[in-house]
Design a protein around this ligand. Sequence first.
Ligand code: ADP
Ligand code: F6P
Length: 322
Amino acid sequence: MKHIAVLTSGGDAPGMNAAIRAVVRTAIYEDLKVSAIYRGYQGLIENDIETMGPRSVANIIQRGGTILRTARCMEFFDEEGRAKAAGNLKKHGIEGLVVIGGDGSFRGATKLYREHGVAVIGIPGTIDNDIYGTDVSIGFNTAMNIALEAIDRLRDTAASHDRLFLVEVMGRKSGHIALNVGVAGGAEAILVPEAEMAAEDVVKLVINAQERGKSSSIIVIAEGAYEGGAMALRDELRAQCSYEVRTSILGHMQRGGSPSTRDRVLASRLGFHAIKGLLEGQSGVMVGVDKRGTVFVALEDVFEKKKEIDTQLFEIAKVLAI
Ligand code: ADP
Ligand code: F6P
């Protein structure tokens, strides 16, 4: 293998730039030519490709977002679009492709590998941490830190005004962020899509807490955990509790900003091993981390299997909220 390329796809995540830097510099260190593809699969189809040098990725390790930009590309869902993409890779002599993104991006990469024999390797980059086969994905730690800082701030106001705060965090269809920041922020209740809770049960928890002498409460709710979202739950709580209720939807705030130490180290490790893996002949796999260290997992497993949430955290949250 002499020439590889890297792209970012799907939602941006803090630490993607650190991963791009690691891919580019490791590849050059290994005497490979390396190209950047802008705007994910869209840029690949449109031939938006540029050669990178070690200085092209200077001063990006600390930056959020992705310098390669990212896109959601409908054309790539069609065989025709993917054939165009493969044609552009061939034209440039690119034999290996590193895809930094989430499970949707990995589905696309797998098709490119199966249909056109392009050697592909995935790096998990999403704040949602919903990727099977790796304990953590790039951006998760930073997003949790941002959400937690917001919860701590909201707690000040909740405690000062004897209020109930509902804090909605991101996660698409998964509750990894909510569950972790719920425990770390000492939440009274944590709602996630994997274990939905009825409004009556949330009300019971809140009233019980008041009876135990609590004068304020924080509830963390993942997007998608309650029909109608945090606002709908707020209305139920307002109707059934004596608390003054306030809602805070953290939204995209959680996705931007400088990556944490953990995310930078993770991104550097995964970018480094993605290139090592390609050189060792790995393809159609994602590079991730688990208790064994760095691991390669078949992309099909990654998007077909579901990563479970750590349900023990619910019990811990409940016991610690007495
Ligand atoms: P993420 O990678 O964060 O999960 P998306 O699900 O939006 O983000 O996927 C990113 C892009 O990957 C899509 O816009 C599309 O171009 C490509 N993709 C996703 N799923 C498929 C699929 N089943 N077949 C082909 N390409 C796909
Ligand atoms: O996958 C990352 C994520 O931020 C999810 O948590 C959220 O549901 C989604 O992307 C939001 O997507 P968009 O940026 O397209 O609104």
